[in-house]
Design a protein. Structure first.
Ligand code: 5GP
Length: 189
């Protein structure tokens, strides 16, 4: 997606060879116009897969998943990272290493929000090693729902996450594919 690549070049901050900061558009401040365009693109890519729901994990996946769900006319569910007093006791929970926080966290979804046989489209902002996506996929499996595909805004091709999912015959679509962040430069594939 050319618009996203352009914006990444404009505002992306290279934190290290492994990490790109997109706080100006995705991860802290949100650019609504760009996010809506991303939602349209994911909807175009996955409409034929007929998702019943879009699933993401808080927090940065939420705007993109919301924009996608709006375009598809389906609900969006986000996995929580913290249990709240209002949350149901009956949850699907998975332990997931957090790439940016360097810790392990539990992600959880109330059981009644994911139903057996529902077609689920997974959306997230970045994929690095694929732990967040795999955790969400395990939750989908526990619910006996069906994963129809994974949409990722920014895929870092030099990390194994996307590849590991494709090797399992999971459809992964990414809007910007970064080949390298080495030498202080963002290189797209
Ligand atoms: P994974 O679980 O695939 O290793 O990492 C994915 C999660 O870590 C994403 O949900 C995203 O929030 C965060 N993440 C991974 N790489 C980056 C990065 O380069 N920049 C930012 N801002 N977040 C990242």
């Amino acid at each position: 997606m050319e618009l996203l690549k352009q914006r990444i070049l404009e505002v992306g901050v290279i934190v290290s060879d492994q990490v790109l900061k997109l706080d100006a558009i995705l991860n802290h401040q949100v650019d609504p116009t760009l996010i809506v365009e991303m939602g349209k693109e994911f909807a175009r890519l996955f409409r034929e897969a007929k998702p019943d729901k879009v699933l993401t994990v808080e927090s940065s996946g939420i705007p993109i998943a919301f924009a996608t769900a709006l375009q598809l006319g389906v609900p969006m569910v986000f996995a929580r990272r913290k249990k709240t007093v209002t949350m149901d006791q009956d949850t699907y929970s998975e332990r997931v290493p957090s790439f940016t926080k360097g810790i392990v966290t539990d992600i959880m979804v109330s059981a009644h929000l994911l139903n057996k046989g529902e077609r689920i489209l997974l959306i997230d902002d970045f994929i690095a090693n694929g732990d967040a996506a795999r955790g969400l996929i395990r939750i989908i499996e526990k619910a006996e729902a069906e994963l129809v595909g994974v949409g990722i805004a920014v895929e870092k091709m030099f990390q194994a996450g996307g590849r590991s999912l494709r090797e399992r015959d999971i459809r992964v679509e990414s809007l910007a594919r970064i080949a390298s962040l080495a030498d202080g430069q963002i290189r797209f594939e």
